[in-house]
Design a binder for this molecule. Structure first.
Ligand SMILES: OC[C@H]1O[C@H](O)[C@H](O)[C@@H]1O
Length: 332
């Protein structure tokens, strides 16, 4: 079996975010669930919400894409697979991710629907409420997978959001087989509490069949997965099904369980939470980069916490500061 040449290869929704400030009254009046991600099913729905939003800033996003962007910023070698349309936003997404040194060669898809966009409303408390029009990203077919790219990564990283549409779900299923067939590890994020509600059985089946080697979740997601409000019981149940479980807990820090041993890290101090978008993505970036560098679970958790703390102190889901330097300062 050949040695991997990349640290992480991710498959995810290829999305351009539009980020705007909003108040709680707007979230309520639109009937949105604060802090969650809801899907917008038509262009009309997306345009209607966009028209009501305040001035927005565009930034490349997509959960797993944000994670590989973070790992690349930390000096890791990464690849990405995701579907954009042959349009302006697709070009923006491709430019931004390749400019970071991420290998991304999934061909653009001609015609409708357009490249995915996520309308993100950030309230004064820094919480983000996401509204995603999946557009072209829901048409990532299994045939678009670059098996060589997947096999070249030490870890394949997948986002639970991609379990919503049928074609990418089949693609991820195939990608797991390719990665495991090449002796690689598979990491997976549960993405969102509502997403877990929609796909609890599918996610549990992945775990029961031993198809996930590293699972990322937050508190809501792990409780939802196990249909319990008892955090410790939820962690124990899922930790028994995967070699490494990582659970982020916002200001309470994060924990990991590896082979029955539990580790924890405090949240890094911050001045102010400006925008929570990308917090989980950058935590995963720090943790996976640590794993790729052969670091301990404790140090990988600290790297996750440093990356998450950086991203929530500015608008946008990807790092702006020199996170490599921040980690060097923190871990020496
Ligand atoms: O996790 C944050 C990301 O989720 C959504 O997919 C948005 O694109 C955003 O960048």
């Amino acid at each position: 079996m050949s040695e991997p040449t990349l640290d992480i290869v991710a498959i995810g929704n290829a999305i351009v975010d539009v980020i705007a400030k909003a108040d709680d009254a707007f979230i309520a009046s639109e009937g949105l669930s604060k802090g969650a991600m809801q899907l917008l099913f038509t262009t009309e729905e997306a345009e209607a919400l966009y028209a009501k939003m305040g001035p927005g800033v565009e930034a490349s996003g997509g959960s797993a894409a944000n994670t590989v962007a973070g790992i690349a910023a930390l000096g890791g070698k990464t690849g990405f697979i995701g579907q954009v349309a042959d349009d302006q936003l697709g070009k923006v997404f491709r430019h931004d991710i390749t400019a970071l040194g991420v290998a991304f060669d999934t061909p653009a898809r001609a015609g409708e629907p357009k490249t995915a966009r996520c309308l993100i409303l950030v309230t004064p408390d820094g919480e983000r409420t996401m509204n995603t029009f999946l557009g072209a990203s829901q048409h990532l077919p299994p045939a678009a997978l670059d098996a060589d790219l997947i096999e070249s990564g030490a870890i394949l990283y997948l986002e639970g959001y991609l379990w919503d549409p049928e074609e990418p779900r089949a693609a991820m299923d195939k990608a797991i087989d390719i990665a495991h067939g090449a002796g690689r590890r598979v990491a997976f994020t549960l993405s969102d509490g509502f997403c877990v509600d929609r796909h609890r059985d599918g996610f549990q089946e992945l775990l029961d069949k031993g198809r996930i080697d590293i699972l990322f979740a937050n508190e809501d997601e792990i409780k939802s997965l196990n249909e319990t409000q008892d955090f410790d019981a939820a962690v124990e149940a899922t930790a028994a099904k995967t070699p490494i479980l990582v659970v982020t807990r916002s200001e309470k820090g994060a924990i990991a369980v590896k082979d029955g041993e539990r580790f924890s890290v405090s949240a890094e101090p911050i001045d102010k939470m400006v925008d929570a978008t990308g917090a989980g993505d950058q935590f995963a970036a720090g943790f996976l980069a640590g794993q790729a560098e052969g670091r301990s679970i404790e140090d990988s958790l600290t790297m996750g916490a440093v990356c998450a703390a950086e991203v929530i102190q500015h608008y946008g889901p990807r790092p702006e500061a020199d996170i490599k330097a921040l980690i060097a300062k923190r871990l020496g």
